[in-house]
Design a protein around this ligand. Structure first.
Ligand SMILES: C[S@@+](CC[C@H](N)C(=O)[O-])C[C@H]1O[C@@H](n2cnc3c(N)ncnc32)[C@H](O)[C@@H]1O
Length: 206
């Protein structure tokens, strides 16, 4: 095990440069299933992920897997000052891009599996919405189960889980194994066409 030593600096990869789609494409080529998209979401898809959030009531909205931040941009635009955004992204290069684009926002370089710790650390008891840009269907089932269970735990019974997709309708059945109430909104203006699953009422697997 390598422990940090005094005076030794953490090695950072060079500051990511170039357009967002180029960074996303490079990450897709190098990391495959944990990225699972070769370009960032279109603004139409990003807006659809955020549309309909009741900002008068929402106190905390969590975004998982923010990437280069197309959904983050819409959240930051829409959220009133009383609503706290917690933006969770595992990849350090994406986190640096996010912090540069959205100064003052709470960008957490961390794993969605540890969402409860991330919120507890911020003294947040519950989230109103979890907005997931994670490629959940391409994750191993145990990892997917654990992220959905964790999201449901921080949401509580009234919260809503939203999941992005580039495979319209295909995963309706999958999300219905986790949630009692699942609907889908198609967003054709994305490459490839995508959409949003809206999920409520977590039901632990039988
Ligand atoms: C398909 S990209 C989505 C990017 C962005 N939301 C968009 O719509 O363009 C998935 C993102 O999830 C991140 N990710 C994958 N596994 C993660 C995990 N366990 N915790 C947090 N982020 C994760 C990846 O680094 C990547 O940025």
């Amino acid at each position: 095990m390598t422990l940090p030593t005094a005076g030794r600096r953490r090695k950072l990869s060079p500051r990511p440069t170039g357009p967002d789609w180029w960074l996303m494409l490079k990450k897709f080529v190098s990391h495959g299933t944990s990225i699972a998209a070769f370009s960032p979401s279109s603004r139409f898809l990003a807006r659809s992920m955020v549309r309909g959030i009741d900002w008068a009531k929402a106190r905390c909205v969590v975004e998982l897997g923010a990437g280069t931040g197309p959904i983050t941009r819409e959240l930051v635009r829409a959220a009133p000052p009383h609503a706290k955004l917690v933006i969770v992204e595992r990849d350090p290069d994406f986190c640096r891009v996010l912090r540069a684009k959205f100064p003052g926002q709470d960008v957490v370089e961390g794993d969605a599996c540890r969402l409860d710790e991330i919120l507890t650390h911020r003294r947040i008891a519950k989230a109103d919405h979890v907005i997931s840009g994670l490629p959940l269907p391409s994750f191993p089932p145990a990892l997917r189960d654990s992220i959905i269970r964790m999201s449901a735990r921080v949401l509580g019974p009234d919260g809503e889980f939203r999941q992005i997709t580039n495979m319209p309708w295909v995963y309706l059945k999958l999300y219905r194994t986790y949630f009692q109430d699942v609907s889908f909104r198609l967003v054709p203006l994305n490459l490839p066409p995508g959409g949003v699953y809206f999920c409520r009422g977590y039901q632990p697997a039988a």
